[in-house]
Design a protein around this ligand. Structure first.
Ligand code: NAD
Length: 285
């Protein structure tokens, strides 16, 4: 492997240490930071993610409140829980783990969150602030990717970034964040209807794969020396895989994230940052 390995574990530990200091500063004023998580159903991957989020919150000195609902919970009960957590002064941020079971649309529930307690930064108010370039809680995975680039001093100013995937969770908000003043990247968003994916991705200085398709990005998609960020988490017969053919791409890329241990820990770091930011705002700071 010739590419530099961009470790999300290492970068996330640095973010966590910063968050822990901010949590301790609030604690010194008598304010305990609280994160509530809501998990609906028993999807094993979601259970693992939520457990990881609790562990990280606890490590950072936060209190975490764990709400687990049965898959068949009526939507009105989920709404009531959200309303209760919105009103609970001990809760600074709420994470609703998505996807919801049975293909239930998560957006009406995300919209019900108090935007000031929106741990994942996906409420329309926060997405609107993002589009306007105003301060707000940012989507956790895209924000985590930017922190990873910062940690490894990878400058996005003037870079051509190709983001493969246009979901509201990852691709679209990441493209907006990268194009904001200060980040100053030129961004293209590729999706299932993109005519010549390889022709486009080969031009990228920074290539972000967030399609949820194992092995979608091979060496033929990558310009030698490019930075490759693999967001994909795919469960295959051979175990966890990203969207990038890691072994082959690592031979030509300049830098690459692993799966696991790349973007995953940065998503948790983004969530912790949002949670402490929400608590600071509620404490009037
Ligand atoms: P999604 O299914 O909502 O969106 C996938 C996007 O990829 C779509 O916009 C689609 O147009 C595009 N796409 C799919 N196949 C394509 C192809 N062949 N060519 C070009 N574009 C294609 O998924 P999502 O929620 O954005 O998640 C994407 C992946 O990232 C999944 O594997 C998910 O598990 C993973 N994920 C990881 C983290 C993390 O913390 N590492 C966080 C969120 C999502």
């Amino acid at each position: 492997m010739t590419a530099r390995l961009l470790s999300g574990k290492e970068a996330a530990a640095a973010v966590e240490a910063e968050v822990a200091e901010r949590v301790a500063a609030l604690a010194a004023q008598g304010k305990t930071v609280g994160l509530a998580t809501i998990l609906v159903g028993e999807e094993p991957a979601s259970q693992i993610y939520v457990r990881g989020k609790h562990r990280a919150a606890t490590r950072a000195g936060m209190r975490s409140f764990d709400h687990v609902l049965a898959a068949e919970t009526p939507p009105a009960d989920l709404e009531r829980l959200i309303d209760r957590l919105n009103a609970d002064p001990a809760v600074d941020a709420i994470l609703l783990q998505i996807p919801l079971p049975g293909g239930l649309d998560p957006l009406p529930f995300v919209e019900r969150l108090d935007p000031g307690k929106d741990a994942d930064g996906l409420h329309p108010v926060n997405l609107g602030r993002l589009l306007l370039g105003r301060p707000g809680l940012r989507p956790a995975t895209p924000a985590g990717i930017l922190r990873l680039l910062d940690h490894y001093a990878i400058d996005t100013r003037g870079a051509f970034v190709v983001v493969v995937g246009r979901s509201f969770l990852v691709g679209r908000p990441l493209a907006v964040l990268l194009s904001l003043k200060g980040r100053d990247a030129t961004v293209a968003v590729a999706h299932t209807a993109t005519a010549d994916l390889r022709g486009l991705t080969r031009q990228a200085d920074i290539l972000v794969a967030a399609a949820g398709r194992p092995g979608l990005i091979g060496p033929e998609h990558v310009r030698p020396g490019a930075v490759v960020i693999d967001v994909g988490i795919n469960r295959t017969a051979d175990g966890l895989a990203g969207d990038v053919d890691f072994a082959a791409v690592a031979e030509i890329a300049g830098a690459i994230t692993p799966v696991p241990g790349g973007v995953g820990p940065m998503t948790i770091a983004g969530l912790l940052e949002n949670t402490v930011a929400a608590a600071e705002a509620r404490a009037g700071q």
